[in-house]
Ligand binder design. Structure first.
Ligand code: ACO
Length: 337
């Protein structure tokens, strides 16, 4: 059987670092509340000249450099994001243009929220021909969706991007599992602007608002993130626990024996809950959410990048990746380095 293997990684985090103390200046919160409820100490937000696409391009360029292949060899580009700069073209097509990747290859974005990168791994496995190379990116600019009058969500999220170059090779073990259970109310953000009426029925009112605002784009506020924290917490621990068992079953590797478990970096308490339930040691569950907060589709590749950079993904290292998020979606993959 042929499986996919990561052969290069890159990342890009924005220049603006917002500590919990900085957050306290704009939101009614405290460092103590954020740290004890979530484990987050700081997060990055895009600053001047930075956006989802600029981060994604930087991460992709570094991943190609570190892989040792030429950009002309890329045969597939997939970006997992819920915060693209444009509705069209896709972020993947923007990356293709900016990095001058080959024309005529498939390039598209996927929205599976915080499970997006793991969904992407499965798509790469399905679409990439043997011995070829793919670029898979997870990137988010969640700061553009935050409601800073809602302290229960504003403190949780951050921006960032990370990318992997993958090769499909004979004899490489790869396992994955994707899932979703449609649910809008637990975690949602509408497309902007969220006018329920078709535009033609709404055109007059829209023109009036535009005139009043001096031509600024509409911001109805409805595309901000809304979350029922408690039900998301309950869902997340169940999904993580189930996906861990699914990966053990498929790969035949018990969690005690796998080298790393890289989970979506949503909240330290979610990871601790499952880790304790399974009696697993802390070092098994990699975490960097203290530095980045929840970066949705970017969180798993950002964690993999840190492990890669620290030299902890030696050849033969086996890693379970587990994502869970809005949709609701959840997914697992077992990678061998
Ligand atoms: N600072 C200070 N106080 C706060 C803040 C804040 N940022 N946010 C909420 N509070 C207050 C509330 O107002 C409430 O006060 P009250 O008791 O006077 O009414 C109190 O803290 C407790 O609020 P709860 O919402 O009950 O807090 P809870 O202990 O449930 O923690 C949290 C909230 C951290 C969001 C928790 O529900 C959680 O971890 N949920 C999981 C959601 C998650 O991590 N989502 C990430 C995105 S989803 C994903 O990636 C899958």
């Amino acid at each position: 059987m042929s499986g996919i293997q990561i052969i290069g990684m890159g990342h890009a985090v924005p220049s603006v670092c917002v500590t919990n103390a900085d957050m306290k200046k704009i939101v009614d919160t405290s460092d103590e509340w954020i740290r004890t409820r979530t484990g987050i100490r700081e997060r990055r937000f895009c600053g001047e000249g930075e956006s989802l696409a600029t981060l994604a391009v930087r991460a992709a360029a570094e991943a190609i450099d570190s892989s040792g292949i030429r950009k002309e060899q890329i045969r597939l580009v997939i970006t997992a994001t819920v915060t693209p700069d444009y509705q069209v073209p896709s972020t993947s097509c923007l990356i293709q243009e900016k990095l001058q990747l080959p024309s005529g290859i498939p390039a598209f974005d996927i929205n599976a929220a915080c499970s997006g990168f793991v969904y992407g791994l499965s798509l790469v496995q399905a679409l990439l021909p043997e011995n070829e190379f793919a670029l898979l990116i997870g990137a988010e600019q969640l700061s553009r969706m935050l409601d800073f009058s809602d302290r229960s969500t504003a403190v949780l999220f951050g921006d960032g991007a990370a990318a992997a170059v993958l090769q499909k090779k004979a004899g490489v073990p790869f396992y994955s599992h994707l899932a979703a259970g449609g649910n809008r109310s637990a975690l949602w953000a509408a497309s902007a602007p969220a006018n329920r009426l078709p535009a033609w029925q709404n055109a007059e009112a829209q023109a009036e608002r535009k005139e009043q605002s001096g031509g600024k784009p509409e911001d109805t506020g409805t595309y901000r993130i809304h979350m029922d924290g408690r039900s998301v917490f309950r869902f997340a621990v169940r999904a993580l626990s189930e996906e861990l068992r699914e990966m053990e079953k498929q790969s035949g590797i018990p969690a005690e024996k796998v080298d790393q478990i890289v989970c979506h970096q949503a909240n330290q308490r979610i990871l601790d809950y499952v880790r304790k339930e399974r009696g697993l040691p802390e070092e098994k569950f990699f975490r960097n959410l203290d530095r980045y907060g929840n970066t949705s589709g970017a969180s798993i590749p950002l964690a993999l990048y840190d492990l890669w950079n620290e030299g902890k993904l030696e050849p033969g290292t086996r890693v379970f990746c587990i994502g869970f998020g809005a949709g609701l979606t959840w997914a697992g993959a077992c990678l061998t380095f």
